[in-house]
Design a protein around this ligand. Structure first.
Ligand code: PMP
Length: 345
């Protein structure tokens, strides 16, 4: 018998349903596609970069992120998607057996990464108004508190008052996941990452910037925090192509990104109107997606997939129940979702 690790015995492989589907609204990516600079960078620089290793710690990407976020290079770390940055941060700041606490429901990868590092994930229910329960989170005594805002899958946001109280009183690091912040009205907590010693804000190139396939994420925090996360991650975690394309996008394509965001947000609210006509009541959202409570979500989601529309199904979400999460982008895709939903409800 091979002595596999006990910790992993009951941990399933994470694999969301991914049958090919003409309209895929299941993972909150930029449905307008990749940024315009990507094609040029791949054409002009792609091949020549392939035979050389990238720099170990992505200096070009860090410089581009620092300029974009208005921080110093020493405040920036990067990873293979913000997933990786979150995973590394958990390992950097916690010993096996330690607790990581987070509002529930939230991003499903957090408890999974916690378990993979032999940590103890402790969910704390979101409050009825969808804000974070500061006292509940602090009562766990966790040395890492994770808060996602705008939150996946609810789309709701944490209030500044609650987050500041949490940061003031946390015994350790507050990890603020802002994968969807570009889509939000306000609610940007980069200022806390710049000024507080215990705040790490994670961001991604996968959503508004349309580069999910590249796997590039980043975080901003005090230099001491960032250095620990890099230690936990190790070197060479970006491809040289990924780094080059991400740098170009951050430098040249912010206006393009903002135009995509504006249209996704407009269509999100138009979609909300269409869903209400069907008698559904989506949660308020500041992301590029809507969470829509729907009875028998699995059956409904499967029937939609048969009509070539893929949305994410949630069953028994705390405080919500069964629900579908629908990514927002070009209106024709939203119209396909509405049509499929109307047929199957
Ligand atoms: N945080 C949240 C809240 C997400 O929804 C996602 C992607 N689903 C991520 C982080 C990870 O994104 P990536 O690894 O592509 O940066």
């Amino acid at each position: 018998m091979i002595p596999f690790r006990d910790t992993y015995r009951d941990i399933p492989l994470y694999s969301p349903a991914k049958k090919p589907c003409r309209v895929d609204l299941s993972d909150n990516t930029n449905l307008f596609g990749p940024p315009p600079s990507a094609e040029r960078v791949l054409r002009e620089e792609g091949l020549q970069r392939l035979s050389r290793y990238p720099a170990g710690y992505a200096p070009d990407l860090k410089r581009a992120v620092a300029a974009y976020a208005g921080v110093a290079v020493e405040n920036v770390t990067t990873g293979c998607g913000s997933d990786d940055v979150i995973d590394c941060a958990l390992r950097a700041f916690l010993e096996p057996g330690d607790v990581v606490a987070y509002p529930d429901p939230t991003f499903v990868m957090v408890p999974l990464y916690a378990r993979l590092s032999a940590l103890r994930p402790v969910p704390v229910p979101l409050k009825a108004d969808h804000d974070v329960d500061v006292e509940g989170l602090l009562a766990t005594g966790a040395k890492v508190l994770y808060v996602c805002t705008p939150n996946n899958p609810t789309g709701t946001v944490a209030s500044r008052a609650a987050l500041e109280r949490l940061v003031d009183r946390a015994p350790g690091v507050v990890l603020i996941d802002q994968a969807y912040v570009e889509f939000a009205k306000g609610g940007d907590f980069m200022d806390l990452a710049r000024t507080r010693p215990n705040v790490l804000v994670t961001r991604t190139m996968s959503k508004a910037f349309g580069l999910a396939g590249l796997r590039v994420g980043w975080a901003v925090g005090a230099p001491a925090l960032v250095a620990e996360v890099e230690k936990a991650r190790g070197p060479y975690k970006h491809t040289s192509l990924g780094e080059a394309v991400a740098v170009a996008a951050l430098t040249e394509d912010v206006p393009w990104m903002e135009a995509c965001v504006a249209e996704a947000v407009e269509n999100r609210e138009r979609l909300r109107g269409g869903l209400k006509v069907l008698g559904l009541e989506p949660l308020p959202s500041e992301g590029n997606f809507l969470l829509v409570p729907v009875p028998e979500a699995r059956r409904v989601g499967e029937a939609m997939r048969e009509r070539n529309v893929n949305v994410r199904v949630f069953e028994g979400l705390p405080g919500v129940g069964d629900a579908l999460r629908i990514g927002c982008g070009p209106w024709p895709l939203m119209a396909s979702a509405l049509k499929a939903l109307k047929e199957v409800l």
